[in-house]
Ligand binder design. Sequence first.
Ligand SMILES: Cc1ncc(COP(=O)(O)O)c(C=O)c1O
Length: 449
Amino acid sequence: MPTTLEVKTPRLVTALPGPRAQQVIAADAKFMSPSLTREYALVAKKGHGAIVEDVDGNSFLDFAAGIAVCSTGHCHPKVVEAIQKQAAELIHISGTDFYHHHLPQLAERLVATMPGKEAKKVFFGNSGTEAVEGAIKLARYATKRDKLVAFYGCFHGRTLGSLSLTASKNTQRKGFGALLGGVEHIPFPYAYRCPHGHTAETCGTEILELLEQQMFKRLFAPDEIAAIIIEPIQGEGGFIPAPTFFLQELQRICNRHGIMLIVDEVQSGVGRTGKWWAYEHAGIEPDIVCIAKGIASGMPLSAFVAKESVMTWGRGSHGTTYGGNPVCIASAVATLELIEQRYLENARKMGDYIFGRIHDWPKHFKIVGDVRGKGLMIGTEIVRDQKTKEKAVDLRDAVVNKAFYKGLLTLSAGENTIRMSPPLLIDEEQADFAIRTMEECFREVEKTI
Ligand SMILES: Cc1ncc(COP(=O)(O)O)c(C=O)c1O
């Protein structure tokens, strides 16, 4: 029987969930926080490349990548080697109090991936939400203002500061009381459901008008606003790309009023869209960029990168015990090297290949309303009826579940979208399997309606 290292597509050897998986799920129900949102019964044991093996020996093709984290795949030998070497040398020192050669090495490398005229500086943390918290603090500190503007549908994290910006699902906020004051949300340019009938290129004109003509005049004077924060492609919100003109206009508005433009690249960054950063597709230069997930292939690391003229806060203003841990940084250095050498180009190439094959899904499958995204950030919106665009949450869940039982791991996003965010190393055989499997699932689900 081939080992996990040898298989490239799924191999299911038990009914799902298998007997060992069932034991783990029972123990989990007893001891783990019920707030976790497991979509189906995957009980992972090991992984290699784009394959995950469960505790019963079933292999799955992973088009979720641990929520877009395992950028270089599972346990890439070069990443494992870097982690092992660093773990044997030094596990922790705290970059807040002491120096470590890996910190400026990775910071320099990260900054080199970001086009733009201005020099930049980096702060390392542990998670996406921490990067956003730090960005909020830095924007307030740098501008001496406290108001923040975010977008409906956005997800920026679950700690109280970032949660104040998050406006994805009300369950994420419900029950937690008052959040940060001085935060307002405006609509995100969502072309498929554009109330003004715009295209994916032009959707959002009216939102910018709302910002300037309503919000700036009636709610927050622009010189009170510290930052506007946006995901260039909404992740949890449903893999919705912001149009190029929208990001460019937002940048111009921010520049005009001295507002920090914070771009949250936690999900869309590190090569996933075929460029290092999704904002690059729009040719903008944000003031602060939030990064996490794919940066260290699964080790907990995040960063926010700011223009040097913005990151001028004083000694002791911000710090962390673990952020920039040497083992995580070593993993990130290896990750960036692999992405630069091979996977950035592969993400672009495989993204083109997949979109080339699936862009006309709405013509072939009546439950597919929209196919969108960039590179290997692939969203498929499921509807009950293409004309009314009624959101079909149950049908979307059925597709995600059926895919699991056929050995393909995907995730839901937004109210009724399926997201595929595979590791950046997938090949055509794996893309073909995923496409074929999704098509089978669509056909089977369509028979039920
Ligand atoms: C765009 C975006 N920002 C922030 C976060 C929060 O990251 P974390 O879960 O690592 O705190 C996420 C997580 O999904 C995200 O997608």
